[in-house]
Design a protein around this ligand. Structure first.
Ligand code: PLP
Length: 487
């Protein structure tokens, strides 16, 4: 059923706005600009409020329901983050204010940099990048700058495991590297023999996601890092899955040279339709000088009575500025709030519960759906949305049918190395009742796939719009089903 448009709700003579008495003398309007036949909608204020409030609830949201979108970490965004970000001292700072008037903001950035260093085991952090993909771009530029600074210009290849997120090869290609694929072995880890074969003195680095997009911790990670380092390459860590490691493993300790954080995933700043991302980058000691800036630094050490004096500094061999001003400052406030609310033990318990929730769901579903790399998972797992018992039903149909059960579909058809992939990430913020209800819905859907495949192929049935073109729907928006006839 199509939603009525504001034009269809219009009723002649209804008024929603009252203009104040003009406080300037009336002036005649140019005749040519006046039209009597402009079909403006006529509605009361209440009509308008109800219409838009209703429309706002048509989008699925994390505040509205379970959102197990694998690799995206759609955890609950605590409202205290929003309160902190709205504090006038943060919200109303002008980006061109002199640094002595924004000491609080610089202190927050400095402390957040320090916390991210401690959490990840890196020696330096820049908060500039605006998203994970942007952080990857920055990281790869840092790798390039490092090799160039040593006169090592023959390194033209970036190694990317075949389970990688699409942004990894895209970033490498955009930065001028040749992308070389590294296959995954039978157990879901990087295949070491294949890695050894492609490692030589033309390799600039490897981009590794750990846990990888199968939701598996690469058990050979130390060896992988060692092989790349032996060849003179650097290891980039795609930190999108850091939620599984918080307080347990530090990527810097594993030997990674550079990594991005997705504050909007791990540290609960809103994402998707909810706001901009933030993708700070952490680096090991030998790369600190290449970080993009400005970053917050201490200009004068504090004393017992006085806070330190902060200023914005540019690392000496910086790849430059990659974002206007200081990055997504509002997101930095939210992440700072989230980390300070949890503390070290709280952060560790986030990872433990994210991993526990994923393993609980996996245990409930592995007898109903095929799980190609079936071992203890980290914060997410990947199963197949296709079975011989229901040959015409595909992962997409299962995803669409879940909408009828009021669940957001999982990520589907990614990672590419799993046939008909359904990638499920419950996150730590969901309770057992929700996980049970989701597992039961998927078990029911598997039975429906055998008894009534058409029910799945025509899903969803209860949404304002049904099946959309998967590719065109996001590019060719249809926002209005009725446009008034032009005179
Ligand atoms: C989300 C994600 C990215 C990209 O991060 P954005 O913030 O969306 O740009 C990269 N790699 C992996 C594994 C991801 O899940």
């Amino acid at each position: 059923m199509a939603e009525p448009t504001i034009y269809e709700l219009s009723s002649a003579g209804r008024v929603g706005v009252r203009f104040p008495e003009p406080d300037v003398p009336p002036a005649p309007l140019p005749e040519a600009f006046l039209r009597q036949d402009l079909p403006l909608p006529e509605l009361s204020e209440l009509d308008v409020v109800r219409h838009f409030t209703h429309l706002s609830s048509l989008n699925y949201s994390i505040d509205g329901g379970f959102y197990p979108l694998g690799s995206c970490t759609m955890k609950y965004n605590p409202k205290v983050n929003e309160e902190a970000a709205r504090l006038p001292g943060f919200a109303f700072t002008h980006p061109l204010q002199p640094s002595e008037t924004i000491q609080g903001n610089l202190a927050l950035m400095y402390v957040l940099q320090e916390w991210l260093k401690e959490i990840s085991g890196f020696a330096g952090v820049s908060l500039q990048p605006a998203a994970g993909a942007h952080g990857e771009f920055v990281g790869v530029l840092i790798i390039r700058a490092y090799h160039r600074s040593r006169g090592d210009v023959k390194r033209t290849k970036m190694l990317i495991p075949d389970s990688a997120h699409g942004t990894n090869p895209a970033t490498s290609a955009m930065s001028g590297f040749e992308v070389v694929n590294v296959p995954t072995g039978a157990n879901g880890n990087v295949d070491l023999e294949s890695l050894r074969q492609v490692c030589d003195d033309t390799v600039a680095g490897l981009m590794l996601t750990n846990p990888n997009t199968l939701g598996l911790f690469d058990q050979n990670v130390l060896e992988v890092v060692e092989i790349v380092h032996q060849a003179g390459g650097l290891v980039y860590g795609d930190g999108a899955n850091l939620n599984a490691l918080l307080g347990v493993v530090r990527p810097g300790d594993l030997g990674f040279d550079v990594m991005h954080f997705n504050l909007h995933k791990t540290f609960s700043t809103p994402h998707g339709g909810g706001g901009p991302g933030s993708g700070p980058v952490g680096v090991a000691r030998h790369l600190v000088d290449f970080l993009p800036g400005p970053i917050s630094v201490i200009a004068e050490e504090g004393t017992e009575e006085e806070a330190p004096l902060y200023e914005l500094g540019m690392p000496p061999q910086s790849i430059g500025r990659v974002k206007a001003f200081y990055g997504q400052f509002g997101m930095l406030v939210r992440a700072f709030t989230y980390i300070s609310m949890h503390g070290p033990d709280g952060l560790r318990s986030i990872a433990e519960h994210a991993v526990l929730n994923a393993n609980y769901l996996l245990a409930r579903l592995r007898h109903t759906y095929k799980v190609p790399f079936d071992r203890v998972c980290m914060h997410e797992f990947v199963m197949e949305g296709h079975s011989a018992a229901a040959p015409e039903v595909h992962a997409l149909d299962i995803a669409k049918r879940l909408i009828d059960y009021d669940f957001h579909p999982p990520t589907n058809y990614f990672p590419l190395i799993v046939h008909e992939a359904l990638m499920i990430e419950p996150t730590e913020t969901e309770n057992k009742q929700t996980l049970d209800a989701f597992a039961e819905a998927l078990v029911k859907i598997a039975a429906e796939a055998r008894s009534d495949p058409e029910l799945l192929k025509s899903a969803p049935h209860h949404t304002p719009v049904g099946r959309l073109d998967e590719v065109k729907a996001a590019k060719d928006l249809v926002l209005c089903c009725w446009i008034p006839d032009q005179p």
